[in-house]
Write a new protein. Structure first.
Length: 296
């Protein structure tokens, strides 16, 4: 089922419980697929992030937030090493598609071969894999058993209004810090509220699709750019520490720097658009849309 509210939901709390159960069930099924299953592992981890976004929407009125947020975070971490080895190659492939000035095809090929060799050397014992998936499943199974008891301390749209306002305010502060410092950590921290706002726009899309869809697409694109920025910084640090050919690493520095600068400029441009409106005004407008939607 789609990750969004439905008219048939009798309350926001009811929608919260329904969507949580759907996401938990799909995450467990994805992780349990046979074989190496990289797509399923990626999907399972992504659904944990969606679950964290879901409960963050109502955090001000959800006493169980800290417990459940930790559970969904720990579940995703249980699958981390099953994703090991692929991130560096994916980042390298995106760099190749971006084709920054000075990118040396021979250096790129050499680094990619080193990443492939590094991934092949990682242990992938079946017993370790089974244990990691069992841990993941147990954490989510326990969380699902608690969902029936989830309650919100406020009625109507108030919990979501406060959640949207809080996340947008965090995003605004993230933009300001990234713009002022240009520090990698600032861009990484900014990505978190941007991603959560994207999830909230997905969840609330039915209340005003024509108005929320452009904002949802903007938050998604900004989140992707900030994610690529973080991955590229991580890859550069890994190249400096790993057993890679020094000449190839040296040849990669200028194109990596050029791509980082491009991503930063694009992120700041999109961030100005996403965070232009006061968070409280945006959240209250969305509340009016919700009321109109419920009354139709």
């Amino acid at each position: 089922m789609p990750y969004r509210l439905r008219k048939s939901d009798k309350s926001l709390a009811g929608a919260l419980r329904r969507i949580a159960c759907e996401q938990i069930d799909r995450a467990r099924a994805a992780a349990a697929r046979p074989g190496d299953n990289p797509e399923g592992i990626h999907e399972a981890r992504a659904r944990c992030k969606k679950l964290r976004g879901l409960i963050r929407l109502v955090r001000p009125a959800f006493d169980g937030f800290d417990t459940e947020n930790a559970a969904f975070r720990d579940a995703a971490r249980a699958l981390e090493r099953l994703r090991a080895g692929g991130a560096g190659r994916e980042t390298l492939d995106r760099l190749a598609l971006a084709r920054p000035e000075g990118l040396d095809p021979e250096a790129l090929a050499a680094i990619r071969a080193d990443f492939a060799a590094e991934a092949a050397a990682l242990p992938h014992l079946a017993t370790d894999r089974a244990a990691d998936i069992a841990t993941f499943d147990a954490i989510l199974g326990a969380a699902r058993a608690r969902v029936a008891g989830w309650r919100l301390s406020a009625r109507g749209f108030a919990p979501a209004r406060k959640g949207v306002q809080k996340t947008c305010a965090q995003g605004r502060r993230g933009l300001e810090r990234a713009r002022a410092t240009h520090a990698p950590e600032a861009f990484h921290d900014w990505r978190k509220p941007v991603k959560y706002h994207w999830y909230h726009a997905q969840l609330l899309r039915p209340i005003k699709p024509a108005r929320i869809d452009p904002r949802r697409a903007l938050a998604q694109r900004l989140g992707e750019i900030l994610g690529h920025h973080h991955d590229l910084h991580d890859m550069r640090a890994h190249l400096a520490q790993g057993a890679f050919a020094p000449g190839a690493v040296a040849a990669m520095q200028a194109p990596i720097a050029a791509e980082l600068a491009r991503l930063e400029a694009e992120a700041l441009r999109l961030g100005e658009r996403l965070h232009a409106e006061e968070p409280d005004a945006l959240a209250r407008r969305w509340e009016r849309w919700w009321r109109d939607w419920r009354d139709r």
